[in-house]
Design a protein around this ligand. Structure first.
Ligand code: GLC
Length: 812
């Protein structure tokens, strides 16, 4: 059947054929029948592509981008049919008639190509780029999106949304990061569609022809990334959009939240319980009830009459406090934040100039326009109300922005750094700019100390300012696993410091669920337990003694692993490698890892394989990717590329360590900010392959590391069990003066040598009946766990000084 097309604007409008081509500085400008195109080689492996309909101008500004284009060597070849742009790391081919784009890697292998018929085209203002589906193509990324690791066959919308108790397949939720990685034929490439309007991504959803990315308005502005592996693509993407700075060490500890702890004695009591029960914890939270009538930058006079004293008492006990800050400012004449913001005209308004008001916790509220520098500074200055009291952590919530009804009028206006934008263009960056304002304000007020900011909403680049949590999840097994995938997926899109509400926010966790969730949470970059108002108590001791013991074991284990975790955070800050690593990063083209049974598995840092399991399952399926894997608790070695059914119980989370890797541990402490661990650094060496990992330390609280005040060295090893500790760089003195070097191997060891420059000496080999954690079975005679006791028997170790020189340990 032929359709008669009357009035072309109702139908697909293409870019059309090529007309002209020229170069202005490092931009290549192409004119086509209906559109103007800019091609910008951004780095050796990144091309930026901008396409605007004729008559539309290119807008200049992006919140996401942290770097200007590099000076790139490009060779350009034009023929009658095409133009080729070749850089060291990629090739972009423009076909002229019609205008289409194909993208190749350095080896000339096709990575991605426009759908031949549609390429980039418009339906009214809506702009879409259609990419042909490649054979066997998979898609990963897009950040905080529910669903499977492999997103093929699905579609997603980016529109920051406050979604209480969202189902595990809900979309959209709170945060938008329009960046994905395509995988096929042993190759990989990245696409970042930098358009802040509501965007839709389809990965072959309801069709078998193309994937596409689409924005309801604005420019077609996207970046293509080539790279030899997923890791290098993440590195390029985080170079472009920025990386986190080192978070304060205390924020890597266990964090206990509650909606809400009040009055003061409840907070102090919670702190006391942690210490009495010998459960490590570094942070307590104040949710909305600490404020007077939910007015941000106030303290409730009866509930918290002396917050300064409370803070001082908490700090004395090794706790920091994180307080919630919501963007909605109560519309109340006489309330200082409202009066001041109103007088200075800092709130979001309607086109007729009237202030926009929506309802949130305090009732009718005005919303600071965080897309304006003056407003960001103003907000930052008002944070004095909490920093003066001693607060160093800021939890920013409801910043999608949320207002009851969840449908802000699209015509309201934002400054958008002077460019101007309606709600349609500005919504997705609102939370991100609030995070920026809060981080910058905190940094200024804390005078050299690192602030900690936790946000719910965001856009690409938010990792520079804040950690992210996955909002109002539900106390259920499928949510626990969905949270793991959300965090791993955010890691693929630059957000390394992320976590979920352990135990579930809405609903009530069973003891078994809480036990499982807290053990998995101990292996999440951001580790916080939180629960809804009026729900049952959800602190680690609220589910009975057994769960209390399990919680203590896993929280302590995380604290023991802190030197390793801190080094993993450093790696993230340095090159964007996430702390929780989807197996799609290291084992990209192994089809098994995408299987429903295994897609929740991930690496925590470079060495630990975590296999999350539902709390009710007596058995679990695990998959070992390439290599060999030590059981964390028994040191039993498993061959890679094999599937196993294992018995599980609530005390033992299936954890494995890669053969050919290293872990750094310290003695257990209950507070990272108050207690100093014993001066011996444990280095656990897992024999069996090559690795290279950078050990990193600094003071954990200031930015002095920017002035060389760090202690770092690269540690490498090879198949012959020679472990090289590189020379230390930096001016920081390590907390540790000794290394205790544990050997995890199933081979017989007869000799361990320490070699430094010209000298070499044999080390005394000790054995220790060494335990990771204390299984419940140790002290409960009635409890008979199906698993073996959790211990490492007769683990050999050697000890030597933590010298700053280069040296090697040679095991034979
Ligand atoms: C939102 C947050 C939740 C918080 C609550 C009250 O629902 O997501 O974490 O406890 O608001 O502030």
């Amino acid at each position: 059947m032929k359709i008669v097309k009357k009035g072309s604007s109702n139908f697909n409008q293409p870019v059309g054929n090529f007309q002209s081509f020229n170069q202005v500085a490092n931009h290549f400008i192409i004119e086509a029948e209906n559109a103007n195109i800019q091609i910008i080689p951004y780095s050796d492996s990144i091309f930026r592509i901008r396409i605007a309909l004729k008559g539309q101008s290119f807008t200049g500004f992006s919140y996401a981008i942290a770097e200007e284009p590099m000076q790139v060597e490009v060779s350009v070849t034009e023929t009658t049919d095409s133009i080729t742009f070749q850089t060291k790391g990629a090739q972009l081919l423009v076909s002229k008639n019609p205008f289409r784009i194909s993208f190749f890697n350095a080896q000339g292998t096709l990575l991605s190509e426009d759908d031949q018929a549609f390429g980039t085209s418009w339906l009214g203002n809506e702009v879409t780029t259609y990419k042909k589906l490649q054979e066997g193509e998979r898609f990963i990324g897009l950040g905080e999106k529910t669903g499977d690791l492999d997103r093929r066959g699905q579609s997603y919308v980016n529109w920051n949304t406050d979604y209480f108790a969202y189902p595990v397949d809900a979309d959209p939720i709170y945060l938008s990061t329009p960046f994905y990685i395509g995988l096929h034929n042993e190759t990989q490439y990245g696409v970042f569609f930098d358009n802040t309007h509501k965007t839709t991504f389809s990965f072959g959803c309801s069709n078998n022809r193309f994937s596409y990315f689409q924005a309801e308005d604005g420019e077609m502005n996207y970046y293509l990334f080539a790279g030899n592996n997923v890791k290098s693509i993440i590195e390029s993407f985080t170079w472009l959009t920025g990386r986190m700075s080192m978070p304060p060490l205390w924020s890597l500890g266990f964090q206990q939240c509650r909606y809400s702890y009040y009055p003061t004695f409840e907070v102090i009591n919670a702190a006391k319980m942690f210490r009495d029960k010998d459960i490590p914890c570094d942070v307590l939270y104040l949710d909305i009830h600490y404020m007077d009538a939910y007015k941000v930058f106030t303290w409730h006079p009866e509930r918290f009459p002396d917050p300064k004293k409370m803070m001082a008492d908490l700090k004395e006990d090794g706790f920091n406090m994180v307080v919630i800050l919501d963007p909605g400012i109560k519309k109340e004449v006489g309330y200082h934040a409202y009066d001041d913001g109103k007088a200075k005209d800092l709130f979001v308004s309607y086109p007729d100039g009237e202030e926009y008001n929506g309802q949130v916790w305090p009732g009718w509220s005005a919303f600071p326009d965080f897309t304006h520098e003056e407003v960001r500074k103003w907000w930052g200055d008002h944070m004095k109300a909490v920093t003066d009291v001693g607060v160093e952590g800021f939890w920013i919530d409801m910043n999608e922005p949320a207002a009851w009804g969840q449908h802000l009028p699209d015509l309201i206006e934002f400054a958008y750094e002077g460019e101007g934008g309606t709600h349609k263009k500005s919504r997705n960056v609102y939370g991100y700019q609030m995070a920026r304002s809060t981080f910058e304000g905190g940094k200024k007020l804390l005078k050299g100390k690192r602030p900690f900011v936790l946000t719910r909403a965001g856009y690409c680049g938010v990792q520079r300012y804040a950690a992210v949590w996955t909002g109002d999840n539900i106390s259920a097994d499928d949510h626990m696993l969905a949270g793991v995938r959300l965090v791993n997926s955010m890691g693929l899109t630059g957000i390394s410091n992320a976590g979920y509400d352990v135990g579930g926010f809405a609903g009530e966790a069973t003891p078994d669920l809480f036990a499982r969730w807290i053990s998995i949470g101990a292996f999440s970059p951001f580790f916080r337990s939180h629960s809804m108002v009026n729900s049952r108590d959800s602190e680690p001791w609220s589910f009975g003694e057994e769960v209390e013991d399990i919680s203590r074991n896993y929280i302590k284990l995380r604290y023991r692993l802190m030197p390793y975790l801190y080094s993993a955070f450093y790696e993230s800050a340095k090159n964007g490698m996430p702390v929780a690593r989807s197996l799609a990063i290291d084992y990209t083209h192994d089809a098994k890892i995408y299987h429903g049974d295994y897609q929740n598995q991930y690496l925590f840092g470079p060495s630990i394989l975590v296999c999350p399991v539902e709390s009710y399952k007596p058995f679990a399926k695990v998959y070992f990717p390439k290599g060999k894997w030590f059981n964390f608790f028994t040191d039993q070695l498993n061959e890679g590329e094999s599937e196993h059914i294992i018995e599980v119980n609530k005390e033992v989370l299936p954890l494995y360590v890669k053969a050919g890797s290293v872990l750094f541990c310290q003695s257990a402490v209950n507070s990272l900010q108050k207690e100093t661990p014993k001066p011996t650094l444990e280095v656990h060496y897992y024999a069996g392959g090559d690795f290279s990992f950078e050990y990193y330390e600094d003071d954990g609280q200031t930015y002095e590391y920017e002035n060389q005040k760090f202690f770092k060295r690269i540690i490498t090893s090879n198949q012959n069990n020679e472990i090289d500790f590189g020379k230390v760089s930096g001016d920081f003195t390590s907390k540790f003066n000794k290394i205790r070097f544990y050997l995890h191997t199933n081979e017989k060891i007869s000799n361990v040598k320490l070699k430094q420059d010209e000298f070499s000496k044999d080390l005394t080999l000790n054995h220790e009946n060494y335990r990771w954690i204390n299984p419940v079975s140790d002290f409960d005679p009635y409890h008979k766990p199906p698993a073996k006791p959790i211990e490492l028997n007769n683990l050999p170790y050697v000890e030597f000084d933590h010298s700053t020189f280069a040296f090697s340990v040679i095991v034979s």
